[in-house]
Design a protein around this ligand. Structure first.
Ligand code: ATP
Ligand code: MG
Length: 433
């Protein structure tokens, strides 16, 4: 008899198998018990029929507790009524680990309670589906960048300086000097691009921002590609191909998980068609003003979530908003060739109200310009000597972007809040468990 995982049930129809499982729920009558089982790969039902298995085993099955672990043996059958499509008719149970009074019962619980029990909450169906989709998006990320000639260059987490100012940085001691947790690997990726052409980083980043929105985590994972000999227009093409590839990966490999989440694949299919619309910041401002919904919104402001939602809703697709005012963007963005009030950049706004998922730009190449901008931003010039070296020795046009993994997951899974898109979220008021 084979020991299998639930996910492989389809290959064992009418065969006898053994599976290590946990009990998620059960219901029974005097003659038949239905055990809801999970093993980390999928969820399905075990059926125990008293007249087949006898009194003793039937009693044992009926008395199993929620999240108790055990081995089942039995025969796999098709079960057209379930999402999963198969069930097991149980002939044997071998107990492994007891479970008393599991705190997350099948009734409704509040978010705080669930977050306090995040270490157990991860076992539930919806969380399983989100984590599997997260995993698929990570897999697809590596595939996309490897296929397209990128190499992964890991940026440091501990940094001695602050790429975008210190207000949102976590401070720590580095022996007897100051250090910060990285809020972006970008500047290091620029060094990587000058060394290896096309590179990307994928790692945790930290923002000490006191924002308590459904889009902000304190610790989140970012994918940051950087490309030498490349202008912004080609970078936008890579960005949209990458996002469409993520969506396609989920469509190809996560149909079961999308079903568990009630996320309509038809909606996602629209996002695999390229190109995505592009509008300028100027046009975006005009659209927002013309809508009459945003008071006396003026050119120069940064968009908040209502503005981003309005713009993306208009197109019903991810949309690039290009060339924002210089004053609201970081120092390293390339100035516009004919206008001194905007920079060559774009944010990609996700549809359905999910807001910005990518921020990217072409990078400034003139060392003198950069030195001025560093000063203007109130940053310490000496910290950026190494960065300026990249412009002193064979500087080339280059562009890059950062995609926030959890923002993208929240959008693709269609979830309300970003907190469920990462196994152990760090939020303004939460660092437990
Ligand atoms: P926002 O204006 O929404 O705070 P940002 O302009 O600070 O975003 P960037 O610094 O450009 O964002 O970061 C690049 C990407 O990282 C964003 O497009 C987003 O996907 C993601 N991101 C930024 N901040 C957070 C956060 N606090 N939690 C999760 N993801 C984030
Ligand atoms: Mg921010």
């Amino acid at each position: 008899m084979d020991t299998i995982n639930i996910i492989d049930a389809k290959n064992h129809v009418d065969q006898e198998v053994k599976i290590g499982v946990w009990l998620t729920n059960k219901r029974s009558s005097g003659k038949i018990a239905f055990l809801q089982l999970r093993d980390g790969t999928a969820y399905f039902q075990g059926v125990v029929v008293k007249s087949v298995v006898g009194e003793e085993l039937f009693k044992m099955a009926k008395e199993l507790r929620q999240e108790e672990s055990f081995y089942v043996t039995g025969t796999i059958h098709e079960d057209a009524r379930s999402h999963f499509g198969y069930e097991i008719e149980i002939s044997g149970i071998e107990k492994v680990g007891a479970s008393e009074d599991y705190p997350i019962t099948p009734k409704e619980h509040g978010v705080d309670f669930l977050m306090d029990h995040r270490h157990l909450w991860l076992r539930s169906k919806k969380q399983f589906a989100i984590m599997k989709i997260r995993n698929e998006m990570i897999r697809a990320t590596y595939e996309f960048f490897n296929r397209n000639g990128f190499i992964k260059i890991d940026a440091p987490i501990l940094t001695g300086s602050a790429p975008e100012g210190t207000t949102e940085l976590f401070h720590t001691k580095y022996f007897d000097r100051d250090a910060y947790l990285s809020q972006s690997g970008q500047l290091y990726e620029e060094a990587g691009a000058m060394a290896y052409g096309k590179v990307f980083s994928f790692g945790p980043t930290f923002r000490a921002e006191k924002s308590k929105t459904r889009r902000h985590l304190i610790e989140f994972w970012m994918i940051e590609p950087e490309m030498a000999f490349m202008h912004q227009e080609q970078s936008l093409e890579i960005q949209e191909r990458y996002v469409a590839f993520l969506v396609q990966g989920v469509l190809d490999n996560c149909q079961y998980e999308l079903k568990l989440l009630n996320r309509d694949p038809k909606v996602l299919e629209k996002y695999t068609k390229l190109p995505y619309p592009r509008i300028s910041y100027d046009e975006a401002i005009k659209m927002l003003q013309d809508s009459g919904k945003f008071g006396d919104l003026e050119w120069g402001v940064d968009f908040g979530s209502p503005e981003e939602t309005y713009l993306a809703e208009h197109f019903q697709l991810p949309v690039f908003v290009m060339n924002y005012p210089k004053a609201i963007k970081p120092f390293y963005m390339k100035p516009h060739p004919t206008r001194d009030d905007v920079v060559i950049c774009a944010d990609l706004l996700a549809p359905e109200g999910y807001g910005e998922i990518i921020g990217g730009s072409e990078r400034a190449v003139d060392p003198q310009y950069l030195t001025e901008q560093i000063k203007k931003a109130g940053l310490n010039e000496a910290d950026y000597e190494w960065y300026l070296d990249l412009r002193r020795y064979g500087s080339v046009p280059h562009a890059g972007f950062g995609l926030g993994l959890e923002r993208a997951i929240t959008w693709i899974t269609g979830e309300e809040h970003i907190r469920e898109s990462i196994p152990f979220p760090r939020l303004l008021n939460r660092i437990y468990p």
